[in-house]
Design a protein around this ligand. Sequence first.
Ligand SMILES: [Zn+2]
Ligand SMILES: [Zn+2]
Length: 401
Amino acid sequence: MFYNIISEFIGFSGCVKYFVNKEVRNITKNTLKYLFIVIWNIFYICQRKTNRMALYNKRSKVELKTLLTKESFKRITISFYKYGNIIDPQSYRDELYIKWIELQCYGRIYIAKEGINAQMSVPEFNLQQFLDDLESDNYLKGISIKYAVEDDGKSFYKLTIKVRHKIVADGLDDGAFDVSNVGKHLSAIEFHELVDHPETLVIDMRNHYESEIGHFKGAVCPEADTFREEIEMVVDQFENQKDRKILLYCTGGIRCEKASAYLRYSGFKDVNQLHGGILEYARQIKLLKLESKFMGKNFVFDDRLGESINGEVISHCHQCGKKCDTHTNCANDLCHILFLQCDECASKYEGCCSNDCKSILLMPAEERHLHVKTFGRKFGNRKSFRKSIDHKINLTTHING
Ligand SMILES: [Zn+2]
Ligand SMILES: [Zn+2]
């Protein structure tokens, strides 16, 4: 009897032990399995990150700018764009980045499913290779390149290629109208033939901060801060003049592609556009030795911020009203507004747009940090800033007679 009880107990504990061991074995097996999967994933992500890092710039702005000044070769500033379907913008972007970083190209390039828009600086010794590469690229083959008029080669200090929803932030619903139904493209000579005619309506399709430093004589320059706003203003303003001959222009022609199609869709009958924009116009008049009908500076979206077309200064310092066409960003980072500032005002206001911004700039970092929320709301509205500076300019003009 006793023996039976003992043997039953041993049998029972043996079974428990067996099952517990089986559990432990399974748990260990599963833990190892999951640990392996986690390690593999970490390894995979790290490797991907390392690979992708090669496709983006990681150096600081100061370092890059120093490198640029130390360069002993010349750079050529160019721009080009194309509307046309790109099936996989991300892989095309990576492909171009690898090619262009190899050729030491710098610039700002936007790629979207609808096309590509590029502003670049290419080392002179690599220019031919760069152009050959474009020709061997199925998508970019035959693209028209615009060369900068004033070029110190310091237009860009790094290569940035971004994938975007659109290559120009136009805010338009492309599905609503025929984007390929563009206006008639005009050469510089054709543009000259029409520009002075009293029935012609010349419209600057750029933002106000661009047109205020340079535009065609007699052009309409709407006070718009964005392209979308600009198009709406033009359609509203000329609602009753849809039969007039319209001449559109912009920096490199890309904005007019969309604007002209939209104006035609809105019922404007005779829409024309300057082929290749002001950039190509400047090149053609130089080549043909024609007198420029464009006055002042052409605003460009690189570190130069503008290139003079006829050497004239048509705008004024936003702070003292003196003749000036130098754009600058307010030195107070919370504001950073783009405005016109002469050298004297730059030293008087320490590069800031106002006394308010100057006092913030001079604040100790901790104090500034405490006020970030309040400042954030106060600054950064270009329109209200323009109204206040217009007032100052009128005042100065009035005082100076
Ligand atoms: Zn000034
Ligand atoms: Zn400011």
